[in-house]
Design a binder for this molecule. Structure first.
Ligand code: NAI
Length: 409
């Protein structure tokens, strides 16, 4: 039976195109509850977004499921531990919306320097206010980037192209792009930046990192942008700094508590403060990002379904081997305890097969071994590997076609 995929929640069509390129049969349904019982029973892979809850009960009702693609950034809608215990790798796309966030940041920097939202709201309320007061170019201003990862580095390039001087702080040494300069402490970054933009993840180290003390070290009249995570900035302290005129404006896309449903009401102490741009966590929400996510996750699912690669899995060790169409490929997922590998090798040797390639990786509890062995139709090897007490799951990938014989020179 050829591999198949059930895609839910209106995932971008780019996913179907990528999966079908590997002859994966694609079915679609709006929600899991809309899918036909036979489709659910035979679904080998499932593509979801954030609204499908794959908890332990649901996963256990999907007997053929061998992989899940989360066509989004987060994966907390899936019980990752339960999926790993069932040998199901879960993939996501953490970096497909990088550019969307970086472009939003640039737009916000200009809007804040020109008080564009206040001018525009005034016009909508019937007020004409033509003035250069408080309006500036961004050229020549110093941009401080906290976190020089995927997004921070993109912002760096765009900001320099617009004439900004770029400094950044990252707790890892990072190669500067263009003329950007890494500064060795957050304090230095706070003290010299005309604009501080935050691009660190939510970790115990970054929670409340930009608190009242940090804000007090920022240049007076600076701007603060947070498009990363709501836990990083103390928004109460930010509101005080804005109301007292220490900071000149802010752009906030992420909040400690965010409504889960669209059209929910929203209230916050930042509402109504001059020159503050508030957006409903839309930093990465563009059509382009959705398309990139679809391609990226479908690629990881297709690679898994056709070659056993777990590269990009968030819940299992990552292994891959180069494509070899003449080999029987075996992915053996097992509990990570001593002695399994040698017994695995012995079991394969006992049925007379040669191992021609192998990749192994382990986490604390689980290991993945990907093997290329001589092709066989003899079920003995599968039965023996499946019977090992440490086996979590055995995935097999038959040879695709015989290797073309070498041509005489
Ligand atoms: P990334 O992992 O590529 O980069 C994060 C950088 O922060 C890394 O270079 C890391 O070394 C650095 N870092 C981590 N902890 C640090 C600390 N304590 N001090 C200094 N540097 C530290 O992540 P990426 O893709 O650039 O994303 C950054 C943030 O943006 C994440 O929080 C992500 O969740 C958020 N995000 C928000 C979106 C939105 O819709 N508003 C969309 C996409 C991402």
């Amino acid at each position: 039976m050829p591999p198949n995929a059930l895609l839910l929640e209106g995932i971008h069509d780019a996913a179907d195109i990528r999966l079908q390129a590997d002859f994966i049969d694609v079915q679609r349904a709006p929600r899991i509850s809309d899918a036909n019982a036979d489709v659910l029973k035979t679904a080998m892979s499932m593509g979801i977004r954030s609204r499908t809850n794959l908890d332990a009960d649901t996963l256990l009702q999907l007997p053929a499921l061998s992989t899940v693609g989360c066509f989004c950034i987060g994966t907390n809608q899936v019980d990752l531990n339960c999926a790993a215990d069932a040998g199901i790798p879960v993939f996501n796309s953490p970096f497909s919306n990088t550019r969307s966030v970086a472009e939003l940041v640039m737009g916000e920097i200009i809007c804040l320097h020109r008080k564009l939202f206040d001018r525009s709201s005034g016009m909508h309320q019937g007020r004409w206010k033509k003035t250069a007061s408080g309006a500036h170019e961004i050229r020549g201003r110093t941009l401080g980037i906290l976190g020089y990862g995927h997004i921070g580095a993109q912002v760096s390039i765009l900001a320099e192209a617009m004439g900004m001087r770029v400094l950044y702080h990252d707790h890892q040494p990072k190669l500067p792009l263009g003329n950007a300069i890494q500064v060795d402490s957050l304090d230095t970054l706070l003290q010299v930046s005309d604009v501080l933009t935050i691009h660190v993840p939510d970790t115990p180290l970054t929670q409340n990192l930009i608190d009242a003390d940090a804000i007090s070290k920022m240049k007076s009249n600076a701007f603060l942008l947070n498009n990363a995570r709501g836990s990083i900035v103390d928004l109460g302290a930010l509101a005080v700094a804005l109301r007292t005129g220490h900071l000149r404006g802010a752009a906030i896309d992420v909040f400690p508590e965010e409504p889960t449903e669209n059209d929910s009401s929203f209230g916050h102490e930042l509402c109504g403060i001059e020159n503050v741009i508030l957006t409903p966590h839309i930093g990465g929400s563009t059509h382009e990002a959705q398309e990139n996510i679809a391609r990226d996750v479908a690629e990881k699912m297709a690679k898994f379904l056709t070659t056993g690669s777990t590269v990009g899995a968030v819940n299992l060790p990552e292994v891959a081997l180069r494509d070899r169409s003449d080999q029987l490929r075996i992915l053996h997922i097992h509990r990570n305890v001593p002695g399994v590998l040698s017994r695995l090798h012995a079991t394969i040797a006992q049925v007379g097969l040669n191992i021609n390639a192998e990749a192994l990786d382990s986490s604390t509890n689980r290991s993945c071994v990907l093997l290329d062995v001589d092709p066989t139709n003899d079920p003995a090897v599968f039965e023996a590997l499946g019977a090992m007490p440490e086996t979590i799951r055995l995935h097999t990938f038959p040879p695709k076609s015989p290797e073309p014989s070498a041509q005489p020179v």
